[in-house]
Ligand binder design. Structure first.
Ligand code: NAD
Length: 456
């Protein structure tokens, strides 16, 4: 197994020069990264098309554009975020002042998945650089064209002691995890997340885990049906359902099920046409293994719409399955493909009970006009984040930290959240030397009495 200790030692040595902590250095690194991405735009679009058949629109709106916007947002705020933050000091600490310093960890290891192979490697990197770290990216081996493009961009922008790309699969990841890095940021599946956490635990390395799971979407009987159908079709079938926060399955109220399904099928046709398998803008399944895994779900329940596949191109039509129960194979694990099972309900308590039995989802969506129901769902069920009357869109706001909870992840990022994820909060108390309040010392007369008054 190859080792990466030389690379990591080089990055650690560079980090110790303190250059990465300098604000103009960080801003310049982000600026250079932005212009390198812009000048490699065509190459990136081509890579994403080769790896996943992503259309130019999807590739730009969900990968390249999102990353450029994130750089701009972070650059606009970085000066403020990097300033030591003065906070209040309690009466017990009279004479002193309190500050929080955001300190970079050092060398950050970023391991990323294949579904948004550019965005999910670069967005954490932006946070790592902004916070003043060195970084190593290990992109997914399943999207090799994008991994090559990322490597080219990084090599043309940064010296390897600052940011570096290490390409490879499980072996490479495993070898990197054996090294002593200062932070691990992992995006990927729940089973691999557990492996990462175990490796991190051996060295007590701090981590962010951005994982997955089955994200429910509830359509209540008072929802604006046509709009709900349109927004669900978009969020589910974008990237052919290979989105960590895509609605995994639907809970639809019995009273509106038939009408809603008609609108959902119509909205899907409007997005991808009558023959999505021939639509050049429809993303394909990443490889044959996933294609076969997903095709196996098509005999679950009844196919309401879609259902066709093309093995030669690894494409699967946007599909709606009805007559589904929790016993079906499609309901056992995250689907991660363009198949949408529908479960019918009559009372919202069935929904809450059903979701509660599952691991905490990464996202949850509720379509309803009732404020009380919206609040009830948000307050009752644990999940990473989500939308009321929309799907997926919360991901794209730099003001909303994005992440899971428990099985769907640990920690969060995006916008200030990314800066925070890659920064240790170093708390500093600056004490006066002009006087010394004696009350803390055990030899003070009536010391205990005074302490009891102060610590009430
Ligand atoms: P994955 O877990 O198989 O792989 C992710 C990364 O881990 C890859 O770089 C891979 O090389 C590496 N890896 C794989 N096996 C490993 C092992 N045994 N030891 C060490 N490293 C290993 O995930 P994937 O298939 O690339 O991506 C799909 C999953 O990622 C889905 O579960 C999805 O929900 C999740 N995901 C989550 C988010 C999020 O932001 N929360 C975003 C995208 C995808």
């Amino acid at each position: 197994m190859e080792t990466y200790n030389k690379l990591i030692a080089k990055q650690k040595a560079f980090f110790l020069t303190n250059q990465t902590k300098n604000l103009p250095f960080r801003l310049n690194a982000l600026r250079t990264l932005k212009s390198a991405i812009q000048s490699h735009e065509k190459e990136l679009l081509h890579a994403l098309q080769s790896d996943l058949n992503k259309s130019e629109f999807e590739a730009y709106s969900t990968e390249i554009g999102v990353v450029l916007k994130e750089i701009s947002f972070i650059m606009d705020h970085l000066r403020l975020w990097t300033k030591p933050k003065k906070v209040k000091t309690p009466l017990t600490h009279i004479g002193s002042k309190s500050y929080i310093y955001a300190e970079p960890y050092g060398v950050a290891l970023i391991i990323s998945p294949w579904n948004y192979p550019f965005q999910l490697a670069l967005a954490p990197l932006i946070g790592a650089i902004a916070a003043g770290n060195c970084a190593i990216i290990k992109p997914s081996e399943l999207t090799p064209h994008t991994a090559n493009a990322i490597e080219k961009i990084i090599q043309s922008t940064f010296p390897e002691e600052h940011v570096s790309v290490v390409k490879g699969g499980v072996e490479t990841s495993t070898a990197l995890l054996q090294e002593d890095v200062d932070y691990i940021f992992f995006t990927g599946s729940v089973p691999v997340g557990k492996i990462i956490m175990e490796a991190a635990a051996k060295k007590l390395t701090p981590i962010t885990l951005e994982l997955g799971g089955k994200s429910p979407c509830i359509v209540h009987d008072d929802a604006k049906i046509e709009l709900a159908a349109k927004r669900i079709a978009w969020g589910k079938y974008i990237n052919a359902g290979q989105t960590c926060i895509a609605p995994d399955y639907l809970y639809v109220h019995k009273n509106i099920k038939e009408t809603f399904l008609k609108h959902l099928a119509k909205a899907t046709r409007e997005l991808y046409g009558d023959n999505p398998l021939k639509n050049e803008s429809f993303t394909r399944i990443v490889n044959e293994n996933h294609f076969k895994r997903l095709s196996g779900f098509l005999n679950n329940g009844k196919v309401y719409a879609g259902g066709k596949t093309d093995q030669a191109t690894n494409m699967i039509e946007p599909t709606i399955l009805t007559d589904i129960s929790w016993a079906d194979s499609v309901m056992q694990d995250e689907i991660f493909g363009p198949i949408l099972p529908v479960i019918e309900y009559t009372n919202i308590s069935e929904v809450i009970e059903g979701i509660r039995k599952q691991p905490h989802p990464l996202a949850l969506y509720i379509f309803s006009e009732s404020l009380a129901l919206q609040q009830d769902i948000v307050n009752t069920l644990p999940f990473g984040g989500g939308c009321i009357n929309d799907t997926v869109f919360h991901f794209a706001s730099p003001y909303l930290p994005f992440g899971g909870v428990k099985t769907s992840g640990i920690g969060s990022y995006h916008g200030k959240g990314s800066f925070d994820a890659f920064s240790h909060k170093k708390s500093i108390l600056k004490q006066t030397t002009l006087f010394d309040i004696p009350v803390r010392y055990p030899n003070v007369k009536n010391g205990l009495k005074k302490i009891k008054i102060l610590l009430r």
